[in-house]
Design a binder for this molecule. Structure first.
Ligand code: FES
Ligand code: FES
Length: 211
């Protein structure tokens, strides 16, 4: 895409990110992922492959998941960008999707997690009650190297439950809502969970959700 601006010049842009207008001064070929991380210090958006394969850099553009490493910042002008920080705009508590990933042990190192969270936010906004195949399809653009997808699928199913119990107002957070009780003891790692067929659950809180 040509921006019509010499590469050695800079553009003054106003981006709408997480509901606020943000000013950036960037080269015309500045990637949206880099503008978010380096210019706006929204480092919750991770960068893995930088060529559209891993999904770590996923953000919402007008509510739809997109890879922020595949578009220029200037292309996001006139659109609403939501990053993982926008799931909890008050910086307090966890969004139901984050809680679900924590409950279901849907992360280990957490590097891929912001991208998964945003893909799932887009998925559940479009389809609040996806079946397993729809979940697999919805996260098929995100790669995880260490958790395994069973727990992530379980987390998406749990997120749908939690959102149905709450306002369901994605991607806004329900910060401050108390965490749900954890009733059942955990099955062995990799075994089917008691309430989500085919999915493992682990009651160990594990690492903090990366945001
Ligand atoms: S960093 Fe964008 S898809 Fe991998
Ligand atoms: S949690 Fe480590 S890559 Fe997914």
């Amino acid at each position: 895409m040509s921006t019509g601006v010499p590469a050695d010049q800079h553009l003054d842009l106003t981006l709408r990110v997480n509901g606020a207008a943000r000013q950036v001064r960037v080269p015309p070929r500045r990637l949206l992922s880099d503008a978010l991380r380096h210019d706006l210090e929204l480092t919750g958006t991770h960068v893995g492959c930088e060529h559209g394969v891993c999904g770590c850099c996923t953000v919402l553009l007008d509510g739809q998941p997109v890879r922020s490493c595949l578009m220029f910042a200037v292309s996001a002008r006139d659109h609403e960008v939501t990053t993982v920080e926008g799931l909890t705009p008050d910086g307090d508590g966890l969004h139901p999707i984050q809680r679900a990933f924590q409950e279901c042990h849907g992360l280990q190192c957490g590097f891929c997690t912001p991208g998964f969270l945003m893909s799932v936010a887009g998925l559940l906004d479009d389809n609040p009650d996806p079946d397993r195949n729809e979940i697999v399809e919805g996260i098929s653009g995100n790669l995880c190297r260490c958790t395994g997808y069973q727990n992530i699928i379980a987390a998406v199913e749990r997120a749908a439950e939690l959102i149905a119990q709450s306002s369901g107002d994605l991607p806004r957070a329900d910060a401050g809502e108390p965490a749900p009780e954890r009733a059942a003891p955990p099955p062995p790692y990799g075994a089917a969970g008691p309430d989500v067929p085919g999915a493992a659950r682990d009651e160990d809180a594990g690492p903090e959700v990366v945001s």
